[in-house]
Design a protein around this ligand. Structure first.
Ligand code: PLP
Length: 454
């Protein structure tokens, strides 16, 4: 991976050559040289029903032949309507309408504007509300608005001067690094809720549209789930100050956590607005979405009735057809239940095979969404220096070994803050044998990586 690429692609790095993929089958991707890679992460937790599903291929082709594109300025399509209904149903009717876009970043941008416009539509209007409170070390997307919302230090660094000033941040919910052993989970949650309350008071509650959080932090921290009661407590603070509660489930939503939505695992934590992404279309088409609750929708219905936002390709019929078929497969094959069952097995196996490794500091997750955090010193949990590139090193080694495994690396956002982690997020239809293979292969990889470095 060291020669300079001569291709025309402006790839993630112009200083290395990337293996070229030529195919995919179930839980494997196939490279040009014939190697089969065990896809333990589905890219960035995307390929939730694996690769090469012919039902989805057929649905895409059928839709493409019917109508390849239509503008949502003038028209609607049955396939988009069906998909939105499927999404509303997955919340048991808690959310009222869905808005379909093409990426998680676009979904976050739309969520921000929906929240702002909500305060202009409701009666009485509250035009002073234009701020957001999010969390340190969160990730909400890469466009300027969504990047402004997130607290991903390295992804923000070069663009800081261009980012929005209407966002402030409170602490993350990350017991492994931030909760002292003597503090109970409920005291920790109360401390974080108190911090949010104080932040509302500091910026002026009447200026805040919403608090925004990922229930399970993905890219920035390597799969850190909320502590029980946390989402409910943070929502209560929002309600106290009349603000909306927005959850970003782009990475952890649509079944990945073992329930359709991660918030369904915390009592009374239903959001006012929610974003979705990766496991909506399972990678078969670029698609993401925003769900809005009754409170938000009624303000629009009783107000102007018009959300001032839109993209050329929103609600694209072919992407909707792909996502609708993926969601039907998940529902018909009871795959969310399989995620919960296989997730428990994955947790047990990862902890048994990797938990005692001298450089594995923490294994955490929910459903089929797990993070393994590597530390320099297991007694102090001191992270490696980010310049060592441990997480990316492990992921790259995995692609070169004869047993070939792909995991998603996420590395420290700044020295001494977050450390290195890899994410394991296999497809929802994985079998117990598949879980076993992933855990044992990963153990081999981690052992080999550190054996050559210690
Ligand atoms: N929100 C979360 C929680 C994410 O994990 C991501 C992407 O990883 C995004 C938003 C942005 O999604 P996209 O990369 O599709 O723009």
């Amino acid at each position: 991976m060291s020669t300079i690429s001569t291709s025309a692609v402006l790839h993630r790095s112009l200083k290395c050559e990337f293996p070229r993929i030529t195919g995919g089958e179930g839980n494997y991707v196939i490279l040009e040289d014939g190697r089969r890679i065990l896809d333990a992460s589905g890219g960035a937790a995307v390929a939730c029903i694996g690769h090469g599903n012919t039902r989805v291929h057929d649905a895409i082709l059928t839709q493409l032949k019917q109508i390849s594109y239509c503008s949502t300025i003038f028209y609607t399509t049955e396939v988009c309507e069906r998909l939105c209904q499927e999404l509303v149903d997955s919340t048991n009717g808690v959310m009222k309408r869905a808005y379909i876009v093409n990426s998680g970043s676009e979904a976050m941008e739309a969520a921000m504007k929906l929240a702002r416009q909500y305060y202009l539509e409701k009666v009485p209007a509250e035009p002073s509300r234009m701020r957001f409170i999010s969390r340190e070390h969160s990730y909400h997307g890469i466009t300027l608005g969504s990047l402004s919302m997130g607290g991903h230090v390295t992804r923000r660094a070069k663009f800081e001067p261009m980012l929005l000033e209407c966002v402030s941040r409170v602490s993350r919910c990350f017991p492994f690094r931030d909760k002292p052993a003597h503090e109970s989970d409920s005291d920790y949650v109360a401390r974080l809720a108190d911090e949010l309350d104080k932040e509302f008071l500091r910026v002026g509650p009447e200026t805040v549209c919403a608090f925004v959080a990922e229930p399970i932090v993905g890219a920035a921290l390597g799969c850190v789930p909320f502590v029980d009661g946390y989402l409910t407590a943070m929502k209560a603070v929002c309600e106290k100050h009349g603000a909306l509660f927005i959850l970003d489930e782009v990475m952890c939503g649509m079944g990945r956590s073992g329930t359709y939505h991660a918030w369904q695992q915390d009592d009374n934590a239903a959001p006012d607005i929610q974003t979705l992404g990766k496991c909506l279309g399972g990678g078969y088409q670029p698609i993401a979405g925003v769900l809005a609750s009754k409170r938000v929708i009624e303000a629009f219905e009783n107000g102007t009735g018009s959300f001032i936002h839109g993209h050329t390709y929103q609600g694209h019929p072919v992407t909707c057809a792909a996502a609708l078929e993926v969601q039907k497969i998940i529902r018909e094959e009871n795959l969310v239940q399989n995620v919960a069952r296989m997730g428990e097995l994955l947790s047990t196996k990862l902890k048994a095979l990797l938990g005692n490794h001298p450089h594995v500091g923490n294994i955490r997750g929910k459903g089929l969404f797990w993070g393994i955090e590597f530390v320099k010193d297991k007694t102090t949990n001191e992270p490696f220096q980010s310049s060592m590139g441990v997480a990316f090193g492990i992921a790259e080694l995995g692609l070169t070994k004869p047993y070939c495994i792909a995991v998603y690396p996420s590395s420290g956002t700044a020295d001494g803050i977050n450390g290195d982690h890899v994410i394991v997020s296999p497809p929802y239809n994985i079998s117990p044998a598949g879980v076993e293979t992933i855990a044992t292969t990963l153990q081999k990889l981690v052992t080999e990586y550190f054996a050559t470095r210690d």
